[in-house]
Design a protein around this ligand. Sequence first.
Ligand code: NDP
Length: 273
Amino acid sequence: MSDRYAVLGNPLRHTKSPIIHTAFARQTGEEIDYCAIEAPLAGFAASVETFRTSGGKGINVTAPFKLEALNVATRQMPRATEAGASNCLKFDGTEIIAENFDGVGLVRDILDNLKVPIKGKRLLLLGAGGAARGVVIPILDAGPALLTIQNRTRSKAVTLREAFADHGPIEVGPSEGAVATLHDIVINATSASLRAEMPEVGEYAIARGGLAYELAYGKGLTPFLQDAKARGAGMLADGVGMLVEQAAEAFRWWRGIRPNTSAVIGDLKIPLE
Ligand code: NDP
């Protein structure tokens, strides 16, 4: 019988994870069975346990369960602990091990797929929720000159700066009226695009030709991407590359083999123009 894996979230209508992992399995010759499980909002831990005890080997975790995933784990990998959230679980005997591949997925997409350097560059991260928290350390590890965080609720951006100041140059965005720094890469990690809204995060500026990266995917040219383009961004990307790259990291962690991501990203990408 094939080893079983699943993605757990709620809602899960638009999940791409089964398509991605099935493509990885076909490509690598690994025999796995991957399904989507919409866990009840108050039933994440029970759903994990049912899947695990019925022979499941691992789980990808999506909203709103990433915090709970960390709590159900018996062991946390450093990236999950640092991010304060987990997007991937592996079952090993009686152990439930928590990892987080969101940040490494984003950085891989920017560096390897989009071929945009981070080292020495000025980055702006819009948002301070779960996804933003998970990407801060991998971004700082890539050596930017400065990472600025701007969030609608400023205090949450301050909390992130305080949590991660030891990892690299990080600041909270300017207070109202201040002149905005020119950023080489602007990343929208707010959830505003899920409602087709422009994030309310104050003023920002993007260097001519810079990269505007939208974490949401499958939404086309979001208000943020349109706005960034009007401000001079030369390159636009959505989060499909990040999604596929984090999935590839999960697949490698589970199966010991890293699939090739470019064809899968190509199949899932929708035009942003
Ligand atoms: P959270 O709910 O944890 O955080 C939401 C964030 O968005 C908060 O910082 C919140 O600000 C901000 N926000 C919400 N609405 C607005 C608005 N109208 N204007 C300004 N700020 C706003 O969400 P996540 O961090 O889990 O997800 C964020 C995005 O990242 C989503 O689009 C999600 O789909 C995407 N994502 C993509 C992944 C990928 O693989 N491509 C992986 C994970 C997430 P405040 O603190 O003020 O409330």
